[in-house]
Design a protein around this ligand. Sequence first.
Ligand code: TNX
Length: 537
Amino acid sequence: MRRNHSTTPRSPRILGSLLLLAAAGVFTLGTAPAAPAATTAAAPTPLDQVVPAPASVKPAGTPYRITRTSSVRVDGSAEVRRIGAYLTGILRPSTGYPLPLTDHGTGGISLHLAQGDYGAEGYRLHSDAGGVTITASAPAGLFHGVQTLRQLLPPAVEEKTVQPGPWQVAGGTVEDRPRYSYRGAMLDVSRHFFGVAQVKRYIDQLALYKINELHLHLSDDQGWRIAVDSWPRLATYGGSTEVGGGAGGSYTKADYREIVSYAASRYLEVVPEIDMPGHSNAALASYAELNCNGTAPPLYTGTEVGFSSLCVPKQVTYDFVDDVVRELAALTPGRYLHIGGDEAHSTSHADYVTFMDRVQPIVAKYGKTVIGWHQLTGAHPAQGALAQYWGLDRTSAADKAQVVKAAQNGTGLILSPADRVYLDMKYTKDTKLGLDWAGLVEVERSYDWNPGAYLPGAPDSAIRGVEAPLWSETLTTSADLDYMAFPRLPGAAELGWSPAATHDWDTYKVRLAAQAPRWDALGITYYRSPQVPWPTS
Ligand code: TNX
């Protein structure tokens, strides 16, 4: 892999910064610091000023204040300890406090697994003068509770050098759990390649908003991005360029495992996508035998869609799919394998159905559940398959009806309406990056819809969640990804997590605005939408 490593982590220089602050009289090493004279202890962030909005919030009592003598308490398990270490990794550089991780004592910040009605990802956060306790029945819930705690602390907590504080958490109780179990973000690493460090950076951004699925669009006309040992030219040749003719790149299996394990450490499941039978020029260019006419086309670096198709009648096509799915499934601890299936404009309908009928059982054979773009509902979605809906308001009634009918027959739906949550759509006509085929998508439009009511007739149980895709025809750097994802990504995350009852643009935009100083601290470049009341400083 190569290119675009614009994300070198800033190394914490804690000691130096501590000494500087001590020299400035901000505090004295060894004693609990008083609030710095210059800072009138700012009111702590109210418990409900979090994105995504928590399910239930009860403010009460006095705030907890993290001090030099605080500790982070984790109960026995190694996994809880890892979450504690993740938390102290955020808190230590900016507070300058030692914050030891311990499994005994009382008070401080406590991460605690317990039986209870928290669900697979829910948590309870209680804060009072004595400490903050996050309780969940599974580690994922503790991790999400940690994200809430992070947002309740001042944005400066995200800095990598010592900041003045004070570090208060408002008193009261948050009880929280997601509306949907699938809360996704897709990154297109095919049109432009993004390296491991860039994907990790995006994962960290997703985790802050409790997103739990990272869909990687690993192949398309312009590039094949994952090593396949049995078909090595896919990556070495098919991955050798990208839109605009740049050098492209691909993940080795070790790279890919690194992404998967980093995602897992942030409680995200990786959903790999190989887009078939269309969007397949990179594969067709790499192996002549995959083409019906036996001739490999040239590599493609433009942005047209719909011109390529795997050869449906040839047996070698299914040998190829079997090998690719087998190797990818072996790299994938997650449940899903996405087989694309969109915009197969160069495949006849009959061939499309034949292809999907043969390919879905291959995915099942390797133990994975199929996800396909919603065109899959025009074929025969396998038992348990999920369809990812990317239509728009103007999508024909007939196309919507086909998706709704599949949902009534048991196909689960992931909602990615392009005129709402396609993060590559321009915000306004003046946005330099992005596309506009689905329209201009400002922040309010992106947020203001209800996944539960979006496709009338689809049963509630069919709606598995929301995913925000980020296609990369026009995006080449992490700063580009930031600019298109922020501030729309947190809105998509909230649609997936928060109860419909909390949905309200006027209060959301205030909570969203309060995120901006945190993005500044994290080095996230964002679009300053005039619809959002950003803080002025
Ligand atoms: C449609 S949506 C596509 C992608 C493009 C995207 C650009 C879908 C499943 N296919 O091939 O990259 O629009 O917005």
